[in-house]
Structures are given as C-alpha cells and as structure tokens.
Design a protein around this ligand. Structure first.
Ligand SMILES: CC(C)(COP(=O)(O)OP(=O)(O)OC[C@H]1O[C@@H](n2cnc3c(N)ncnc32)[C@H](O)[C@@H]1OP(=O)(O)O)[C@@H](O)C(=O)NCCC(=O)NCCSC(=O)CCCC(=O)O
Ligand SMILES: Cc1cc2nc3c(=O)[nH]c(=O)nc-3n(C[C@H](O)[C@H](O)[C@H](O)COP(=O)(O)OP(=O)(O)OC[C@H]3O[C@@H](n4cnc5c(N)ncnc54)[C@H](O)[C@@H]3O)c2cc1C
Length: 647
C-alpha cells in the first residue's frame, strides 16, 4: 500500500468540516488530558506485537480461536497490572481493556476473562459481606482465581425464580449442599464456564430448615486450582457456610434465615450489567457508523446528474438518511447511558445506607434503556452494514462481527421483551397513581402534565417533539391500562389480562423509553452548548434535532393517534428532516473523526482514517489461506473425478 497517502475525498471532507474534530474528541473523553491518557493506553496495548493479529482470526479453527483468546487475555491482564502498578489503571480500565471497545479489538471473538470482570467481581462486591469481599476480591483481582456468573440453566434463563439448582444448608457440618439434579438444571451459557473459570458465583434456590427461601448467590469452586481438572460433578457438592454471599439475605450457623431488606437486592448485579450495556451498545454503534460514513465518502457509484461524475454515495440523501440518524443515536445513547450510570451510582450508595425508595425507578429505567439501546444499536449496525453494499457483507469489514456481538445484547442480561414488560409494570402503577392523584417519581412526572393537555400546536423545536413523544407514551400507557382493566372488569383474571394486553404494554414501555432518551439527550446538549465553540455547538444541536425529528417521524401512526398533529405539520417535520441531513452532510466525516477511534480498533479496510479502502481490502483478502495456492487439493480429490465421470 502506498505509504502516507490520504484519500482525496476524505481530504476534502476534512477541509469542509465546520468545527475542529479534536474539540469533539476532548468533549467525549472529558478533556484533552483524558484523551491523551486514553490514546497512550490504547497505544500501550495495540502496539504490542504479541497482541497484534498475524492473521485474521476468521481463518482459525474454533479451538485455535479459544486458545489465542486465552493467550491474549493473559497478556492483556499482565499489561493492565503494569499500568495498575504505575497508578494508571483502575476497575473501569480493566473493563475497558478486557471487555470494552479496546478489548473487542484485541480479542475479536470474545474474551474468556470477560465475565470475571463484568459479573464475578461485581457480584462479590455487591452481594458479599465486608469479610467475604476481603477474602475474595483481592484473589479475583489478582487473577489467583478466575470466576464467572452461573445463573442461567438449560431450562431457565428469564424466569429465575424457576431455577432448579438447590443449595441446602446442613447445620451439622455448617455447609451448603449444592445440587443440579436434572438435565434442565445444568448451568448453561455462563461465559468462560467451559474451560476458563475455576470458580463461579452459582445462583441457586436456598433451602434451610426445610424451607425454600428463593434464589441466592454462592461461590463454588469448579476446577482444581493446580491441575484445572473439573471438580466432581454437580451432585451434592459441599461448600463451606461462608461461601454463600450474605450481604443481603443470610443463613445463621444454626440454619435460621435472616431476610434481606428487599428480596430484589439479589438481582443487583443484573442492574449493574444492564447499565453497562447501554454504554457498550453506544460504543459499538459508533464504531459501525464510523466505518460506514468514511466508506460512503470514499465510495463513488451511479449518478445524481447524468452530466456530472459519479458522486460519493454519501451524497445520496437516502444514504444520509441511513447513516446520520445512527450518528445521532450514538450521542442519544451515550448521554442517556451517562445519565443512567449516575443514577445507578447514586441509588447504589442510597442502598448501602438502607434507603430503598429509588430502586424500583432505577430498575424500570435500566430495563427499558438496556432493551432499547441493545435493539437500536443492533439495528443501526445492521443498517450501516447494508449501507456499505457488498463490501459490508465481508467479514473483514468488521460489520458482521460487530452486529453479532450487539445482537446478543438483546438476549442476555434479561431478554428485551421481558425487560420492557418489567418497565410496563412500573408504568401501569405510575398511571394508577396519576389517576389517584398520588405523587409520581421524576421519570414519570410527565404523565400528570400530559393528562391535563392532550394538544399542543406544532412549532419547529425539540421541546415540541419531546412533548409529542410524551403524549404518545402517555397515550399508550393509558390505552394499555384501560384495556387491561376492561378485561379485568369483564371477569378475566389479572394475570391473564396482563398477558392479553402485553403487546400494548411493550409498546407503551418503548414509547416511554424513547421519550426519556430524547429528553435526556436534549437536556445534555443544552448544558454542553454554552461551553463549546459555536461551530461544535451547532453541529451537536443539529444531531440532537435529527434524532428527535427522525424518531418522531418513525412513529407517525402513533403521533396521528395520540395528538392533534395535522398532515401539514407532518410535511413540515419531513422538510425539517431533509434540512438537517443537508446541514450535517459537510460535517459527517468530521464527526466520526471526532470519535477518534484508533484504526486497529476500527479493524476494517472500509473505515480506516486514510480511506484507502480498495488497497486495504485487497491486502485483507490476500491473507486468506485459500489464496496461498493457485489450485486447492479439493479440485483433484473431488471436482476432477466428478468432471471426468461426466465426460
Ligand atoms: C424477569 C425478572 C425481572 C422477573 O423476576 P421475578 O422475581 O419473577 O419478578 P416479578 O415477579 O416479575 O417482579 C417482582 C418485583 O421485583 C421487581 N424487580 C425485578 N427485578 C428487579 C431488579 N433487578 N431490581 C429491583 N427490582 C426488581 C419487579 O419490578 C417487581 O416489583 P413489584 O412487585 O412490581 O413492585 C427476572 O427474573 C430477571 O431479571 N430475568 C432475566 C434474567 C437475566 O437477566 N439473566 C442474566 C444472566 S447473566 C447474563 O446474561 C450475562 C451476559 C453478560 C455478558 O455476556 O457480557
Ligand atoms: C451470548 C450470551 C451470553 C450469556 N452469558 C450468560 C452468563 O454469563 N451467565 C448466565 O447466567 N447467563 C448467560 N446468558 C443467558 C441469558 O441471560 C439468557 O439467555 C437470557 O436471560 C434469556 O433467557 P432464555 O435464554 O431462557 O430465553 P427465554 O426466557 O426462554 O426466552 C425465549 C422467548 O420467550 C419469551 N418470554 C420468556 N418469558 C417471557 C415473559 N415473561 N413474557 C413474555 N415473553 C417471554 C422471550 O421474550 C423470548 O422471545 C447468556 C446468553 C447469551 C446469548
């Protein structure tokens, strides 16, 4: 590849950008110093020859992929320890390097130590007593043991009250006896459980004094610490009394059970991971949209005017409509994720002091935000892939693998529909409170004001859109609530009525979440704009407007049903959408440059900073072992005899 050449289209795009992309980078990182630290950290990992790929992992067998991943995860761990010794890494960096965007570049096919950091350590921190934390955290932190989170079973993932694994307390020996007696009670899915972990937090039904107390977490050794051979199977495995994580519910040595202040505190790790997923989903989307935007600036195809040369495909307005909303969605999820992270930290410290009041609202928001961010990021990444035509289909484009990673988020840590129904439960109660004149929590306050006014004259502003989306959400919540109660009045029992209304309940939950995202995004941008340059402020505002307009236009049916919008208003909205796409067009490459994603993390010939798409694509396919020889052996073995026999 010619050294140091920059694609001419990208050069021009960079000259056209109205703001300095560095300013956006510093804004997203939290300051110039933070950007420098991040870049240094990335360099420290990505420049290590032991970590850079010699050949793409696509050409390795399943076994080789696993072995490479373990090798790399160990190198990464040692490097994180080095950083830690220099005071340059904390828990957050462990997650970033081992599980986040940087991790996904080094460990493309998944990280065998991921669950150790994302769930095992956080569960001990959230569910263990101070003594248990002292015993286990440093061992886990220093990787003297490797853990995972074993909750899901072959028979149950969603309905965790239905888990079959039992932990029965034996006061005679002061031990718990763990048992997975059936095929469906096998622990199934936990990351790293197969070959990597030697310990796990196992979630099991607690029995003591003959009574079942519901599910609780236990630390169980899975493999010998020296030989790594599996411990004898999951039948009557005995673990010491203090291996039950007892910060919340506990069993005293005599077998009496002391209830947790809330049985739902056992579900705390799941809230934590749901909060983290919102940020991860945003980051993967940002990577995909960087690839598709740069590619679309380099790729020329077809005609807009017959007399002119073939345009950059980014000039097709339909292409802009595919990509720019994804740019905006990144920001929307980023700011909503940051908001949720703050709320999570505040509520967690309230829980530490025994205050449980805000837990239901946190749960309701974490559930719907996890569901909507996973679904929207997955769909956005797929849109980016399709926007790159045939080259997006190639696995070296990194788009298929990114989609694969993000679509899994729809299922794990609470399947999306199930989580939206959890939020709906909260919304139904909120609506009832609203009808009864009871106080409402901040995230559902809007129900009161929307109930009073069902109208609102169109004006070209995000606040009007927020009000419209809240009207849609409130309308859907009211409809679902009414339909459910109508059924109950007709004699349907409340559980059946819930199931029969669940399509509308899920829709209400989604609408509530979208209204929340638009409002949070808008408030964040309003706060930021005064502190950045006028040009960047304008670009950020345009993206926020685009997110708002586009989201509303995707829900025209709902808007017509739940507000007094006119067809003229809809035409105005469509015009506004088109104006915004045109306004964002000159800044598109500058915005993705501002994300400042290292080429090694982008890992796609379509999305590199220099835009040498075709040279990089060619170099990539040359790495295929199939291209090493002109004739493959299978020709002589199979094709040739077949061809001969037909002669
Ligand atoms: C679906 C539910 C929520 C249902 O639970 P349930 O006990 O049957 O509850 P219910 O009767 O419907 O509701 C009872 C009540 O409990 C509340 N609640 C439910 N969850 C929480 C929570 N986390 N925090 C705080 N409160 C919670 C609900 O809101 C209900 O409250 P309410 O009675 O209405 O006042 C639950 O079972 C669940 O969370 N299922 C999903 C399982 C899951 O997330 N598994 C994760 C496995 S680990 C994994 O996937 C790792 C992947 C990570 C990776 O690979 O990186
Ligand atoms: C990549 C990946 C990694 C994972 N890692 C882990 C891990 O480390 N540890 C761990 O313990 N687990 C892990 N899991 C398991 C994961 O948490 C479960 O798959 C998830 O909770 C969904 O449960 P399920 O598979 O039983 O689906 P099911 O609950 O059987 O869902 C199947 C369908 O039934 C519907 N459904 C189920 N219940 C309801 C309901 N109440 N209302 C309406 N519809 C319903 C769902 O919407 C869905 O359409 C992982 C899963 C994946 C895919």
């Amino acid at each position: 590849m010619p050294a140091n050449t920059m694609n001419e289209d990208l050069k021009r795009e960079r000259q056209r950008c109205s703001f300095d992309p560095k300013e956006l980078t510093y804004l997203l990182d939290g300051g110039e110093e933070k950007t420098e630290e991040r870049r240094q950290r990335e360099k420290f990992f990505l420049d290590d020859p032991e970590l850079s790929e010699t050949a793409p992992s696509d050409y390795l067998s399943h076994k080789e992929k696993y072995e490479h991943a373990v090798k790399k995860a160990c190198i990464v761990f040692k490097k994180v320890q080095q950083l830690q010794a220099q005071g340059k890494a904390g828990m957050q960096n462990f997650r970033e390097v081992l599980g986040g965007q940087l991790g996904s570049a080094i460990l493309r096919d998944g990280n065998p130590l991921g669950l150790h950091y994302v769930m095992f350590i956080p569960t001990i921190m959230g569910q263990g007593t101070i003594e248990q934390q002292a015993e286990w955290i440093s061992k886990a932190w220093n990787l003297e043991i490797i853990g995972t989170y074993a909750q899901t079973e072959l028979g149950h993932g969603t309905f965790i009250r239905g888990l079959e694994t039992t932990a029965t307390y034996d006061p005679a020996t002061e031990e718990f006896v763990l048992n997975s007696p059936t095929l469906t009670s096998y622990k199934w899915w936990p990351g790293g459980l197969g070959h990597t972990a030697n310990y796990a937090v196992v979630v099991a039904q607690l029995y003591s004094q003959g009574i079942c107390h519901g599910i609780h977490p236990f630390i169980v050794q899975l493999r010998d610490e020296e030989t790594h051979l599996p411990m004898p199977g999951f039948e009557n495995v005995r673990i010491p009394w203090n291996y039950m994580l007892m910060k919340n519910g506990k069993v005293l040595k005599d077998g009496s059970y002391v209830k947790s202040p809330s049985s739902k505190l056992t579900y705390g790790t799941m809230i934590f991971v749901r909060v983290v997923i919102v940020q991860d989903a945003a980051n993967y989307l940002r990577k995909a949209v960087t690839i598709a935007t740069r590619y679309s600036a380099v790729r020329h195809q077809s005609h807009i005017k017959e007399s002119a040369p073939e345009p950059q495909i980014l000039d097709f307005v339909t292409q802009q409509h595919k990509l720019f909303p994804q740019l905006a969605t990144y920001f929307a999820l980023h700011y909503s994720g940051a908001w949720l992270w703050d709320m999570y930290n505040n509520v967690t410290s309230e829980l530490e002091s025994g205050e449980l009041d805000r837990l239901p609202e946190l749960h309701a928001l974490a559930c719907c935000l996890k569901a909507v961010s996973a679904a929207d990021a997955a769909q956005g990444i797929e849109t980016c892939r399709l926007a790159c035509g045939g080259h997006g289909y190639m696995s070296c484009s990194s788009l298929p693998i990114t989609y694969g990673l993000v679509t899994a988020m729809v299922t794990y840590e609470g399947e999306n529909t199930v989580l939206l129904l959890q939020t709906a439960r909260y919304l139904m109660k909120a609506w009832q409170n609203c009808l009864d004149g009871q106080p409402l929590t901040p995230s559902v306050q809007y129900l009161n004001s929307v109930r009073r006014s069902f109208g609102g004259v169109y004006h070209k502003s995000v606040p009007w859109i927020i009000a419209s989306m809240q009207r849609i959400a409130a309308g859907k919540i009211e409809t679902a609530h009414r339909h459910m109660n109508d059924k109950i009045k007709r004699g349907v029992n409340s559980e059946d009525a819930w199931n029969e209304t669940s399509i509308e309940l899920v829709a209400a939950s989604e609408a509530h979440c979208k209204a929340f995202i638009v409002e949070t995004y808008y408030n964040s941008v309003q706060q930021i704009v005064p502190s950045v340059s006028q040009q960047l402020g304008k670009a950020l505002t345009e993206l926020c407007e685009l997110y708002a307009v586009n989201t509303l236009l995707k829900n025209i049916g709902d808007l017509l049903r739940y507000s007094n919008v006119t067809t003229g208003d809809l035409e105005n909205l469509q015009r506004w959408l088109e104006e915004l796409l045109a306004a964002i067009r000159p800044n598109a490459v500058g915005i993705v440059d501002g994300f400042d994603i290292n080429d090694a993390i982008i890992a796609s010939p379509l999305g590199a900073y220099d835009g040498n798409v075709y040279e990089r694509l060619f170099a990539e396919v040359s790495k295929s072992p199939l291209n090493a020889k002109p004739v493959n052996e299978s020709f002589h073995k199979y094709l040739k005899p077949l061809l001969k026999s037909k002669m």
